[in-house]
Design a protein around this ligand. Structure first.
Ligand code: MN
Length: 221
């Protein structure tokens, strides 16, 4: 049976021929990367935090995708000037979704904002602005040998794109770092049971490269 992968949507305004409408969106690359790996993508709209249980009942895996900055108040900080405006509904929904998925031991891949919201959901904090990781940037990531991440990638180092301006600071509960850049930025974390992988880069954009595709094969496997 095809493995059902829930992809948490970004809730936002989109421009249409009849003006702006509120929409639940997922960049096509996440859908295609999931399907290419053999999973069946099911889009999960931003709903009330109380709805995450029934939503997770409908899927076997979870993919938490990129987006805007997490509200710093969720980790006890005041928003600095470089930090984008919060989306309270999405933050609350994804925090509840990640906590429930970890509690149920649902295999989860979290990408970019997904990694950041995962860390916050599990009690960690973020650096609200880091230099040198956004724009047209690629950089090397060193991966912890023997980690679940290295198993999924089939590598202990790789080149990645970098489109983030925030990063993990203090680690959340049950998380351990799994990848770093030379400047010391944490680029990947994983749960202590190896059922959750989170990366700061965007593997969905590089699925013709075996390491990046490996993350989606791990998710669906
Ligand atoms: Mn980076």
């Amino acid at each position: 049976m095809t493995v059902r992968v829930g992809i948490a949507c970004n809730s936002r305004e989109v421009s249409t021929a009849r003006g702006n409408v509120s929409a639940e969106t997922v960049a096509r690359a996440y859908v295609d990367a999931t399907r290419r790996a053999g999973g069946l993508p099911l889009l999960l709209p931003v709903l009330d935090p109380d709805d995450v249980g029934p939503l997770l009942d409908a899927v076997a895996r979870l993919l938490v995708i990129g987006g805007g900055d997490v509200d710093p108040r969720l980790y006890g900080a005041e928003r600095v000037a470089e930090c984008g405006p919060p989306d309270h509904a999405r933050d609350a929904f994804e925090v509840a979704l990640v906590r429930a998925a970890v509690g149920r031991e649902v295999r989860t891949l979290a990408i970019c904002r997904g990694m950041q919201v995962t860390n916050v959901a599990l009690g960690g904090t973020l650096r609200q602005h880091v230099e040198g990781h956004s724009g047209d940037v690629r950089h090397r990531v060193t991966v912890e040998a023997g980690s679940a991440l290295s198993g999924a990638l089939g590598a202990t180092a790789l080149d990645v794109n970098s489109q983030h301006h925030q990063a993990v600071d203090r680690l959340g509960d049950r998380l351990r770092p799994a990848g770093w850049t030379d400047d010391g930025t944490i680029e990947a974390v994983e749960s202590s049971d190896g059922r959750l992988l989170a990366v700061q880069w965007h593997p969905e954009l590089f699925v013709t490269e075996p390491e990046h595709a490996g993350l989606f094969r791990w998710l669906v496997g």
